[in-house]
Structures are given as structure tokens and as C-alpha cells.
Design a protein around this ligand. Sequence first.
Ligand SMILES: Nc1ncnc2c1ncn2[C@@H]1O[C@H](COP(=O)(O)OP(=O)(O)OP(=O)(O)O)[C@@H](O)[C@H]1O
Length: 638
Amino acid sequence: MYRNIQREFSMGNDFFTEPTTPPVGSRPSSQRMNGDQSPNEFSPGLLDLHSFDTELLPEMPVPNLYNGPSLYNPVRGRSFDDAEPYISNKQTGGGGVVPENELLKSFAGDKEKVNSVAKIKVVVRKRPLNKKELAKNEEDIIETLSNSLVVHETKLKVDLTEYMEKHEFVFDAVLNEEVSNDEVYRETVEPIVPIIFQRTKATCFAYGQTGSGKTYTMKPLPLKASRDILRLMHHTYRNQGFHLFVSFFEIYGGKLYDLLSDRKKLCMREDGKQQVCIVGLQEFRVSDVETIKELIEKGNATRSTGTTGANEESSRSHAILQLAIKRSVDGKESKPPRVVGKLSFIDLAGSERGADTTDNDKQTRMEGAEINKSLLALKECIRALDNDQGHIPFRGSKLTEVLRDSFMGNSRTVMISCISPSSGSCEHTLNTLRYADRVKSLSKGGNSKKDVLSSTMNLKESTAQPLSSGLPTASTFEDDINDTWPDQNERDDFNAREDSFEQEKLMWKKNGKLDQYGFSTAENKLRKPNGQTKWKEPVRSDIKHSKSDDDLNALLQEEEDLVNAHRKQVEETMNIVKEEMNLLVEADQPGNQLDDYISRLTTILSQKAAGITQLQTRLANFQRRLKEHNVLVSSSGY
Ligand SMILES: Nc1ncnc2c1ncn2[C@@H]1O[C@H](COP(=O)(O)OP(=O)(O)OP(=O)(O)O)[C@@H](O)[C@H]1O
């Protein structure tokens, strides 16, 4: 009776009203991966923080890419050294032919279609079995259909015989192992490219266990998106003062590092208007694809990697690549351009880091804890946004703090859940799919509250960037600090610490060796939890990180624990019920032993009661904690 458990989730039919690409089909995986293939494509991805000026632009016309011949030549053979931060506004030459891009074309002149792009889209991508998995005779347990998939989990009965449990999930799209990166782009990012010219911020992130294909999936996306963005800028929006900016940074162990500036440590600050700024982040103004490619390659090469049992090239950091579209005010280059829209790509660290770190050192375990915290907080933020919750728990982690403005207002989110097909990864795969499912099931499409939030938050760009200077945001943020930090001592203190940090970095460069993670040893000492950083984070009177943040983190963790305990209890109950069924069958047999029946039934009932009581206690404790923090408004409110 309980051999097959089917979980069904309804699919939000709210994504594209008229998909221009046919649903990507799937077959049982006959095709296997020929070893660990390295993508022959470059770059991974990343994110941004400058809010944008909602009043800057009138309603923009929806782009029509196909007016006139292409002047855009993506390859210009420019070396990275030529790419100064803030590259001058050279038009590209050449006569490359713009390939047909059906989806972008379909947006032309149809604002309704722009609005119809759902707020949240959840896509699953299954990779092929790799060499190691094949060598271990691991099986492909994922059966994919057009927008659903079934996980075939092998389980053991009490008598140790095997049985199959099926878990079925439905998402906006399911991409099987035969789907190319081009198709992934068409399904995920391409639909949102045109709307970032419409004062929209969009975020695309990949989630999944180590080695599931996040980097492989994310790498090509920013470049493909840049191509389409430049195409729009060079045709539809030609001579309209639009510029494309690229930045690339990572969050490692809760700290920010600039991947385009020698892993320079960055500070994230929030001003009184709750606008988030990254102090010192280099932004490069770009006008051709080749330069973007070089920047992305440089960032990827700088990204932290470490070795784990699951994936030797495993990434321990969240990498955030942002493409910002800015526009000069009144088309005049003398004034700093303002952000119109932004597309952020986030290649998240492996989702199971905590579980994978038992054999590693303390620092690795701490990294795992930090990663888990941020993934949990990310889910909570998406959930809160779609639940119309007044309070969005951005401060649950550095990742969500940094993403804050990308989730506010007229935003779009695309989540790509990457999964391994192998039987050995079944548990992690189910966790990934449950995470994706929770994000999806919370998505309701339109959400008026978010728009209310955006207008009340007064989203304005806080880090004006001088068009002519080519300077990164650091210098301009100083002005912002001077404006918003009334206390001169605090400002001096902050500046002194920044100077000291820069000097120390020079010394590391001179003397230091890089450690296995690509960090200098000196930098590691700075980061070590026991040694504590040599200076504290700049203290701002209007930033309250302290207790409320800790409380929030603890609550988020408790909630996750409760859900896990519930899941475990359901599984245990099912096992017990199976045992009961067997007992009843035996009781019907002639000559059964009454004593045996009574004693086994007693045990079974006690087990059931104990499980329920345990869960009730945990639930009551959690409800009490929520009430203490004024989170729970009704018994079903959270
Ligand atoms: N769809 C795919 N087709 C072919 N090869 C793939 C695919 N997805 C992943 N791979 C290969 O699997 C290996 C692991 O992928 P990848 O590095 O992208 O994993 P990851 O999820 O980013 O891992 P980590 O979290 O540790 O960084 C790589 O060798 C990659 O080339």
C-alpha cells in the first residue's frame, strides 16, 4: 500500500503566456556523459547592489531588435589590459550578422508580453552520469518528462528486501541531460533580457549539490545575455545613451571579494534609506562581447575553489556577476549615468557543504555553515516576497543582504536547480528538488505588495559613478559616506582601516604565497575566526547587525529543523504502518501467537505515540519562539 509514494505539485501556469520555444523534451537517460567534460565555454556568474532610479526614465518603448542591419561584431580581439574600468563609449564596427532571436523578436512592440514574464521561474536541469558514477555502476534514477520528473528511490523494507519509492515533482521546466547550454539560456535568461531595459532587475541563480552542474550551467549565461543586451543597445536603443557595465565578485565565508580586482576585499554598507552599496567594487563599462568574455574569464580564474570529496573543483563561494544597464541623464555624458536595469547571475556554492565537510578542517566546516545559512536565508527571502510578508529577512545572510535591491520592486527571479542523475546522490537530489519545490510553490505570479514596497523604499541609486573618471565605486561611495555618516570620527576610523587594509594587501602581494584556495596566507590569517580580523567592520549607528540578526538566523534554522523533523517523522510513520500491515496479515493467519501479536502491537503504538509527541513538542517550542519575536500572527500564519 505504501510502496509507491507520489508527490504531486501543481505547476504555476504563470510564466510565459506564449512560449516561443517548444518545451524541452526528455527521454529516459540513454545518453551518458563521456567523462567529466569541461565546458568549452567560458565564464560563470555573478550580482549587484546599486538601486536604480525609478523616476529617471519615462516608460521605455519595448525593443525591436530587428530594425536595420547589424553593425555589431562580437569579436574585436581586444586584450584585457585595454579594458580599463569604465571603458570609453566606442561603438563596435564590423558587419556581423545578427542571428534570428525569436524570443526577443516576439517581445517587440508588445508590452503585455513583457509584463507576462513571471516573477519567479523555477527550472530543473539534470546532468548526465559522469565517469566516476559510471565506474561505480551507479544508476540513473531520474526520469524526466516535459515539465516534471520522477525520482526513483530504492529503499529497504524491514525484512531488508528492496522496494522503489517514486517522488514526482512538477516545475516550470525540466531540462534533461541532452539539453544544450543554448537551450538552457533560451528557457531561462533570454526572456528577461528585454525587460531589464524596462527598469527591471532580474536575478538568475543556480542551486544544487556540489558537482551537479551549477557552474557548467551558469558559465555561458552572462555572455549570451551580454550579446543580446549589446544587440539591443546597438540597434533598438542606438544613440539613446545606454551603457553596459560589468562587475564580478564573490562571497566567501561571509566576506566580499572583487574578482576583477585581485580579490580586493570589499565592504558592504547600507545607508539610512536601506540602499546597499559595495564599497570599492570595480565596474567596467563595456561595449563589445570580447571584452566581457575576457572580464568573465579573469573573474572565474580568480574565484576560490577548494577540494572536496564530491568535486575536486568545488566552489566554496557564491559568485555574483552583474550586468547593469545605465543611461546618461538627458543623453549627456557629462553627468554620471543612472542604473536603468540590472541582470545578476549567481553561481551558488554547493548546497550540501555542511554534509560534505565532516572530513575536513574547521575552516571548511565553518564555510559550510555559512553557505547553508545563506541558502536558507535566500529561500526565506523569496518566500517572504511572494507571501506578501511585510518583513523580508534580507539580513539573514550576506548573500541576501547583497541581493536586497535585486529582489525589490519590479524584479524577476529565475532559479535553476541542478541535479545529478545518480543513485548515489539520491538524498541530495531530493533535498535540491524539495528546496526548488518550496520556492516554486510559494510563487503566485503577480504581487502588488512588492510594488508597494518598491515605491516606499525610495529606490534611488546611491553610488553615483562619474562617467569621465573611470573610477570604481569606492571613490564615489566616499561622498556618500560623507553625506550620510554625520560622525567625523567614525568616518576617519573607517578610512584609516581601509588604508591599512590596502597597505597590508600590498605586503601580501610582495611576500605572500597563495594557499590552496587561492588566498594569500596573510589574508587567511586576517580571516581566521580565532585570530579575528585585525579590525572590526566599520560600525554604523543605523546598522543594527547584532542581536536581531542572530535571532533571525536562529529562527530560520529552527524552522528548517522543524520541517526536517516532520519529514523524518512521516517517513518513520510510514515504516511503522508497513509493519502494522504485516502484523495484521500475520494475525489473520491460522495458528498465530496472540502474545506475540499483543507485544508487537504495543511496541508499534508506543513508537507512533512517541513520534507524534516529539513532533508536537518541537512544534509548540517553535510557535512559542515565533510569538516571542512577534513573527506568528495566527496559527497558520507562517
Ligand atoms: N549538463 C552537463 N553536461 C555535461 N557535463 C556536465 C553537465 N553538468 C555538469 N557537467 C560536468 O560535471 C562536472 C561538475 O560540474 P560543475 O563544476 O558545474 O558542478 P558545480 O555544481 O558547479 O559544483 P561545485 O558546487 O562544487 O562548484 C564538470 O566536469 C562539468 O563539466
